[in-house]
Design a protein around this ligand. Structure first.
Ligand code: GLU
Length: 443
């Protein structure tokens, strides 16, 4: 229920006609215009190469039948097999999955790994399904799309609400269905079944490397910087730990139910303990909306909503949950100097313009959160070669790739005097177009 409520709130704050895909197209059009691409090149970049849809039917634990809409969008494979996660969410529809697939094509190009872009989704609320039902629907997904998946064709991975365990069910189902050994057909698997060291922390790790470099170049001291993180899942939770460990002051944390703000800093280790125990970031102080105000006062913290988190006094804001949260309505109120997008699509194009005018530096999703797909690439390489990389090797290679991508984007931004988002789109689009030209798809 919490997920459904959160997604409603997000769409209510979006402008009436915009969808995740139209928001993507707004940025795309501006960049494509500047790059002076041909009609044929534009056509390839504005619509996906394929949209696969299915209705997945399962028998629920009580014997009743249930059916869920499922999608796999294959946006572009000029640079290699389609690559991108599968999300389980009530708002996962055709438009959202299309936008996310397009962002994946750009993301793999920005970090220059040999993949195209795709994305999947099943429209469901995972909290309303038992573990067994989740397994059934995950296996049904693979059966529905098996002819379009494979290590050389299209390689899924985790995304919002999908886990290594789900990736394992999917690999197992694929291998059964195709009578093959295919460790590289999917990434983000558990270590016991073809996973890579460092994949679980990769999204945050990649973003952290960029933030470190950014701070270093700006000659800032982490111990003097305050950070607010929206989302306490794989990306946000891990990032909060990394930041805390090197001395940043984490002033706010949240999950889908809201969060807490402590101007003098909060300890993510402690929050994690309570989140595990109570299921909520604010669980140490609040039961639902009823909070122990005395205790909060004593600890110097207060309860906040997800919307309030975005407007708090801080130096760095890290949206690490859902899309469409920084909009024309609240962008003016953002107080942070830097925004590092660990979520996909958290900022609308209208908000981008406001933030740019305010001088807020946004490190866009297709760069900031590309660490996940980069270590997925390492996992894919290991799956194909039978090698196992050490944690050190993963970390070193990830850092090299993230910093190369960051430098390429920074150079483009300075050279053409555009925002980092437009620069990242340019870097990615140029690489995709170069591959399409090399293949003779466009001349
Ligand atoms: N879901 C992640 C993303 O949005 C990872 C995708 C992957 O590893 O293929 O980048």
């Amino acid at each position: 229920m919490a997920i459904a409520a959160a997604s409603k709130k997000h769409s209510a704050s979006a402008s009436a006609t915009s969808t995740p895909y139209t928001r993507f197209q707004t940025t795309l059009s501006a960049v494509v215009e500047r790059l002076k691409l041909s009609q044929a090149e534009r056509a390839f970049l504005t619509e996906p190469q394929a949209i696969r849809e299915a209705q997945l039917s399962i028998t629920r634990d009580d014997g009743s039948q249930a059916s869920f809409p499922a999608f796999r969008v294959q946006f572009n494979n000029a640079r290699g097999p389609y690559k991108g996660g599968i999300r389980y969410h009530p708002a996962a529809d055709r438009e959202e999955v299309k936008a996310l697939a397009a962002l994946m094509a750009l993301k793999t190009a920005v970090v220059n790994i040999p993949f195209g872009g795709g994305k999947g989704g099943i429209q469901l609320n995972p909290r309303e399904l038992s573990r067994h039902e989740l397994e059934e629907v995950s296996r049904a997904y693979v059966r529905a799309f098996k002819e379009y998946l494979g290590p050389d064709i299209d390689c899924p991975a985790p995304d919002v609400n999908t886990t290594p365990e789900i990736m394992a069910w999917m690999r197992d189902e694929f291998e059964k269905q195709t009578n093959s050994y295919s460790p590289a057909m999917i990434t983000g698997k558990p270590m016991s079944y073809g996973g890579s060291l460092g994949r679980d922390t990769a999204t945050a790790r990649g973003g952290f490397f960029i933030l470190e470099e950014l701070i270093d170049r700006a000659a800032l001291d982490p111990t003097e910087l305050k950070v607010a993180v929206q989302g306490f899942g794989n990306a946000g939770g891990t990032m909060a730990h990394f930041l805390h460990n090197v001395g940043f002051t984490v002033v706010a944390l949240s999950d889908s139910q809201g969060g807490i703000y402590g101007p003098d800093g909060i300890d993510p280790v402690r929050i994690e303990k309570y989140k595990r125990k109570t299921g909520a970031v604010a669980g140490e102080y609040c039961e639902g909306s009823v909070c122990d105000i005395q205790r909060m006062k004593m600890d110097g913290v207060e309860h906040i909503t997800n919307e309030e988190l975005l407007e708090l006094p801080c130096d760095i804001l890290i949206p690490a949950a859902l899309d469409n949260v920084i909009t024309a309505e609240n962008a003016q109120k953002v107080q942070a100097q830097y925004i590092l997008e660990l979520a996909n699509g958290p900022t609308t194009p209208e908000a981008d313009i406001i933030l740019e005018k305010k001088g807020v530096q946004v490190i866009p999703d297709i760069l900031a959160n590309a660490g996940g797909v980069t270590v997925s690439y390492f996992e894919w390489v290991q799956g194909r070669s039978g090698e196992q990389w050490t944690a050190d090797r993963v970390d070193t290679e990830l850092k090299r790739i993230m910093l190369d991508a960051y430098k390429a984007v920074r150079r483009e931004a300075y050279r053409t005097k555009v925002s980092y988002r437009h620069a990242a789109f340019s870097v990615g689009l140029k690489r995709i177009v170069d591959a399409m030209r090399a293949r003779g798809w466009v001349s």
